[in-house]
Design a protein around this ligand. Structure first.
Ligand code: GDP
Length: 456
């Protein structure tokens, strides 16, 4: 079951409970059984699912609820909290786990994971992400096992303009890692503050790999060990993550390939096995396709509730990247208009694929924007293009209308001008209205964009 399906199944189970005439033990049990089935089909460990059931029932405690209390809302909240709990930083001490800028010079982050998990790609993404946040990262290739790892990391590092250390000839990974870390730590003129070490993987879990990881970790004393897992590994996630945790002090998890048809459950299981938080997810092969992981927006997206704060942040990033501060200002002044949507679509490449964009919107908006469903990105891409063509035939007044009012005559003109049917123009306006409605706290929400990161 892919992540979107898992979210859909949980949402449907909750909806059935909400629609029930009376919410009693049976309705609650049916709802929880349905959710458990979906989680198990998504490869979440049985014990985690069982705990989720027990905790929701304990927290809701139907028999103790006074008449008049909104049982539906309480159950919904309890399920949401439990899903967040499953993904939350189990150590409760994220500050000690993630490198903190300025904490000390030359912090070392060691990446571990099986071959093909996405480790090497993720190392560069991680370096690039931090470079854009003002860090001075450097990359060390201590993967002497996979032929090609050296060239791959070297090329990626060059593209990301991050200094790189590695050796074609040296076969001892510990020696390379120690030399690389020392070199960057002692480079007085550059003061690197984040040294990222890529390590070898193997096709499967084997003693030699874990022994190598142990030796490496002992030699370079990393400030953080990141376990990289492929989002699609399913049931084996728990044992794989646990095996790494037993040989090195895994402190954080990065889930690569979340853009594919990945099962989501492995993520939950890896968190449980390593007792470490997911800090990033990989959402594509490109260097900038790494997203900081936030539990609540993730679960909101999972349940089709959308992630408007995250989306607003994305718009801000995209707009600022294009240096269109004037457009941002317009958005801030005018709330959500068709032009906002135009900016959103125009910057879609930076926002990710249509389904990534859509997953940040509440389900009721997505069905209007992308009637083909979220699975078909090609179809959705062409839908976005058609919307953009129609927008090109709109006047500034129509694009900037704060209440998205476009008269019948104007709709006909836009349809003629863009070579579409009036029905399609109406679909566009209705889709914008649906999104606008969900930006109901629009101005306040968008205004707070200027005050930095607003993910709650
Ligand atoms: P390693 O053997 O663990 O170092 O894995 P690589 O970094 O070489 O990645 C294996 C494959 O997965 C490569 O083709 C990468 O381009 C691809 N890959 C890595 N991360 C992602 C991701 O987040 N999304 C997608 N779609 N592909 C990824």
């Amino acid at each position: 079951m892919v992540l979107a399906e898992l979210g859909g199944s949980i949402s449907r189970a909750l909806q059935q409970m909400i629609n029930a005439t009376v919410v009693d033990e049976k309705v609650l049990n049916d709802c929880l059984n349905e959710i458990s089935r979906a989680l198990l089909q998504s490869d979440v460990q049985f014990s985690l699912v069982r705990d989720m059931q027990i905790n929701v029932k304990k927290n809701v405690n139907l028999s103790d609820l006074a008449a008049g209390q909104n049982k539906r809302k309480i159950i919904q909240q309890a399920v949401f909290d439990q899903l967040c709990q499953m993904l939350q930083d189990p150590s409760g001490k994220p500050d000690q786990l993630v490198p903190k800028k300025g904490k000390k010079p030359g912090q070392v982050v060691m990446f571990v994971g099986l071959q093909g998990s996405g480790k090497t790609t993720t190392c560069t993404k991680y370096a690039y992400y931090h470079k854009n946040k003002g860090w001075k990262p450097a990359l060390v290739c201590a993967d002497t096992f996979r032929a090609g790892a050296f060239d791959q990391l070297k090329q990626n590092a060059a593209k990301a303009k991050v200094p790189f250390y590695g050796s074609y000839t040296e076969t001892d990974p510990v020696k390379i890692a120690v030399e690389g870390v020392e070199r960057f730590k002692n480079d007085q003129s550059n003061s690197f503050d984040l040294i990222i070490v890529d390590t070898s993987g193997r096709h499967k879990q084997e003693a030699a790999l874990f022994e190598e990881m142990r030796q490496l970790s002992e030699a370079i004393s990393p400030d953080l060990v990141v376990f990289v897992m492929d989002a699609s590994i399913g049931q084996s996630a728990f044992h794989q993550a646990q095996a790494f945790k037993q040989s090195v002090a895994v402190g954080a998890v990065i889930v690569a390939k979340m853009d594919g048809h990945a099962k989501g459950g492995g993520t939950l299981s890896a968190v449980a096995a390593t007792k470490s938080p997911v800090i990033f997810i990989g959402t594509g092969e490109h260097t900038d396709q790494l997203e900081a992981f936030d539990v609540k927006p993730f679960v909101r997206r999972l349940l089709g509730m959308g992630d408007l704060p995250g989306l607003a942040n994305k718009i801000r990033e995209a707009v600022l990247m294009d240096q269109h501060e004037d457009i941002l200002e317009n958005i801030l002044q005018g709330g959500f208009t068709i032009r906002t949507m135009q900016v959103l679509f125009q910057t879609k490449l930076k926002l990710g694929t249509p389904s990534q964009l859509a997953s940040m919107l509440p389900a009721e908006c997505t069905s209007r924007l992308f009637p083909a469903g979220l699975g078909d990105d090609q179809e959705n891409q062409s839908q976005m293009k058609q919307f953009l063509v129609m927008m090109d035939s709109m006047t500034a007044q129509e694009l900037d209308s704060p209440n998205l009012k476009v008269s019948e005559l104007r709709r006909q003109r836009i349809a003629r001008g863009s070579g579409h049917e009036v029905r399609q123009v109406e679909e566009l306006i209705e889709a914008c209205k649906a999104v606008s409605k969900n930006f109901s706290k629009g101005r306040a929400l968008l205004r707070s964009l200027n005050s930095g990161d607003m993910r709650a």
